[in-house]
Design a binder for this molecule. Structure first.
Ligand SMILES: *[C@@H]1O[C@H](CO)[C@@H](O)[C@H](O)[C@H]1NC(C)=O
Length: 269
């Protein structure tokens, strides 16, 4: 039996993406410590300042040497590294992989405009200077097929090392929160996000049940019918009024609007 189990697990790992070896918990709360390594595609994007590296954004491992993050996370004048297999940022736990990023490894979407976050295209790809070693604690995310739109209320999770509450401290342990999808029809109502939300975005959360402890650039993780996960969003913006503002869901770049750009960028670099 044990042998069969481990054989099954190897098959699951070999088949590629979206199947954490450590299952995420699915409690409905405002934001909580994630189960360690249950979002094995979650990365910490860090920039160098004064000789040390500082966490700035989340990101998603989509190929052994490619990370997807937000356009607003990248500044071409900075030096970056990516940490994979991270859980508690305050402790060296063993599974961490620290991989430098070369200056020519930063690819921000050509239509991203830092002066107009609500215009969309807040997505970037980061090429790692070497491939990650995949295993039970570092795994690739699955992306949805092009054009895939989730229904209102779909139970997705945001994950990240972002603040626990507006202006709160940065947590050491990876956080997660249930953020049900708010479809475009609801999210674009005048008293929700109105014209600030575009069809190339995904809204999620925006009521009392949702937290906002995620982090820019990080994933919106959504379940599929067969128990695997797909990353449908890249965390883009929240309301200036505070993370948990009613009728102001967290807004993500919709990954399924950018499959072509992602595939082309990876193929050409
Ligand atoms: C699970 O479902 C997703 C989305 O429908 C599909 O892409 C994937 O291949 C399926 N995986 C398995 C292991 O059945």
């Amino acid at each position: 039996m044990l042998r069969l189990l481990s054989a099954l697990m190897l098959v699951a790992l070999a088949s590629g993406c979206g199947q954490p070896a450590f299952s995420p918990s699915s409690r409905v709360v405002n934001g909580e410590d994630a189960v360690p390594y249950s979002w094995p595609w979650q990365v910490s994007l860090q920039y160098e300042k004064g000789g040390s590296f500082h966490h700035t954004c989340g990101g998603t491992l989509i190929a052994p040497d490619w990370v997807m993050t937000a356009g607003h996370c990248i500044s071409s004048s900075l030096t970056y590294q990516v940490v994979l297999g991270e859980y508690d940022r305050g402790v060296e736990e063993g599974p961490e992989q620290v991989i430098p990023v070369n200056p020519d490894g930063l690819f921000v979407h050509p239509k991203w405009n830092a002066n107009c976050v609500s215009c969309g295209n807040d997505i970037a790809l980061v090429k790692l200077s070497r491939s990650a070693q995949l295993g039970d604690k570092v795994q690739l995310a699955c992306l949805p097929p092009a054009g895939d739109i989730l229904p209102n209320g779909d139970p997705c999770y945001i994950s990240g090392w972002g603040r626990l509450y507006t202006n709160g401290p940065l947590p050491d342990k990876l956080q997660q929160a249930l953020l049900p999808v708010v479809d475009y029809e609801h999210c674009s109502k005048w008293d929700w996000w109105g014209f600030s939300v575009k069809r190339t975005m995904v809204c999620a959360g925006g009521d009392k049940q949702s937290g906002c402890n995620g982090d820019s650039g990080g994933p919106l993780n959504c379940p599929t019918e067969n128990g695997t996960w797909q990353v449908h969003g890249v965390t883009s913006f929240v309301s200036g009024l505070g993370c948990n503002t009613l009728k102001k869901p967290t807004v993500f770049t919709r990954v399924s609007a950018f499959n072509d750009w992602i595939e082309e960028t990876i193929a050409n670099n």
